[in-house]
Design a binder for this molecule. Structure first.
Ligand code: UGA
Length: 427
């Protein structure tokens, strides 16, 4: 099929590259000319396992191309994917300006033939109707286009395999022609397809992310209780998670969820709900617990170091989770800012993040240089390489053997036996 993707950010690039890899002709567009130049040379602006390889492969075989000329890309395509950003506004509502602008660009560019506009951006419920109205207002007759909502469920770090082997594909459409074409597009993936109306598909996306966030805040609340009553939350989570109705995934207690999706989508669903006249108390608590989790972690550090001046802390892991270099809404960023404002010196290490997202923190090139001379180390992202630490060497490298484990990476018993003062979350 002939496809174009508006927006070559994270979602747009993974979608475009994977669709090209499945044999389609895909043009990815972006308003950022520098980005388009780099992508044309096969240079991916962020770290995502496997993505660079499939982009290079499909650039070479001619199925994938990049352009800043949106109009031409739309003219040449039968299916237009919209994958632009919808960041949070100050009040938590999702910003729809880029989606509106994409709809206007499409309206200007549609000349002949019939096009299917597929929305991949995470949007407030009802956005499909707004896109339809924009096109109609711009003189495009109803038989010339269909609007589809096809939310993405990609996780950073595993996005390519998530796309190629999805748990489900949701297609929200108001007509059979669009539904049949998009079903055909995804047929090679042999996935479970759910057909809904557009509003339901938009809701499914928010609810999926909000449920994942709820699981994380739930286990963090339990961790805070466990800490008070002297029980290890990791054992509790493992046992509870064996119940197939509950499941073990997303029950890892820690310093809270970050990233560009979970925090934003919980706030957006709260906003959708409140605008509809319902106060979502559970979702509000999910967000509140998440915000507090890093503060509780910081309290433990403050308690151990009541006089921070002259004390040096290593922050281990900066990305919001392992497998990515993304630091958006990462708990580490808040922690580093607070540590610096309290007067600690901060050395950071992350296998993927090479520049500190906070001014004043010193970025180190490897684990042991970050730990060197530190009074304590705070582990904030559970990168697999942290699990392989040589504790004898760590002890020799650090000034004091004190570890704050914000992701429960280490075994408290082993840490104690190895001579460390150890603080986990909920244990
Ligand atoms: C999330 C969803 O998992 C994807 O399905 C969705 O497509 C994506 O948002 C999106 O809307 O684009 P992602 O933001 O990549 O994906 O990250 P997650 O794997 O969901 O992790 C989010 C945060 O939760 C991370 O900071 C992680 O450390 C934290 N987390 C996760 C925990 O604290 N505990 C857990 O048990 C699991």
């Amino acid at each position: 099929m002939r496809i174009c993707v508006l927006g070559s950010g994270y979602v747009g690039l993974v979608t475009g590259a994977c669709l090209a890899n499945m044999g389609n002709h895909v043009i990815c567009t972006d308003k950022d000319a520098v980005k388009i130049g780099k992508l044309t040379a096969g240079d991916v602006p962020f770290y995502e396992p496997g993505l660079q390889e499939i982009i290079k492969f499909n650039l070479k075989n001619g199925r994938l191309s990049f352009t800043g000329d949106l109009k031409k890309a739309i003219e040449l395509s039968d299916i237009i994917f919209v994958a632009v950003g919808t960041p949070s506004k100050k009040d938590g509502a999702a910003q729809i300006a880029h989606v509106v602008s994409a709809a206007k660009d499409i309206a200007v560019a549609i000349k002949k033939g019939y096009k299917i506009i597929v929305n991949k951006s995470t949007v407030p419920v009802g956005m499909g109707d707004i896109v339809t109205k924009i096109l109609k207002k711009n003189g495009i007759s109803r038989d010339k286009f269909s609007v589809v909502s096809n939310p993405e469920f990609l996780s950073e770090g595993t996005a390519v395999s998530d796309f190629m082997s999805p748990d489900r594909i949701v297609i929200g459409a108001s007509d059979n022609r669009a539904f049949n074409t998009i079903t055909e597009l995804y047929r090679p993936l042999n996935a479970h397809i759910i057909f809904t109306d557009i509003k339901t598909a938009e809701t499914i996306k928010y609810v999926s992310n909000s449920f994942l966030a709820t699981k994380v805040s739930f286990i963090n609340e339990i961790a805070n209780i466990c800490e008070q009553i002297g029980v290890d939350v990791t054992t509790v989570a493992s046992a509870v998670g064996l119940d197939r109705r509950i499941g073990r995934k997303f029950l890892n207690a820690g310093v809270g969820y970050g990233g560009s999706c979970l925090p934003k989508d919980v706030l957006a669903l709260i906003d959708v709900s409140q605008k509809a006249g319902y106060v979502p108390r559970l979702l509000k608590a999910v967000d509140e617990i998440n915000g507090k989790q890093i503060d509780l972690f910081l309290e433990k550090i403050k308690k151990s170091f009541p006089k921070p001046s002259g004390k040096k802390i290593a922050v281990m892991g900066v990305s919001f989770k392992p497998g990515t270099d993304d630091t958006r809404s990462a708990p580490s960023v808040r922690l580093i800012k607070k540590l610096l404002s309290l007067g600690f010196s901060v050395q950071v290490f992350d296998p993927a993040v090479k520049n500190s997202p906070v001014r004043g923190a010193v970025v180190c090139k490897d684990i042991y240089s970050a730990l060197k001379g530190c009074d304590a180390a705070a582990f904030v992202t559970e990168w697999p390489q942290f699990k392989q630490l040589n504790f004898e060497l760590v002890k020799k490298t650090m000034k004091k053997p004190v570890i704050f484990d914000g992701r429960n990476i280490f075994d408290p018993k082993i840490m104690k036996e190895s001579g460390f003062k150890y603080f986990g979350v909920g244990r």
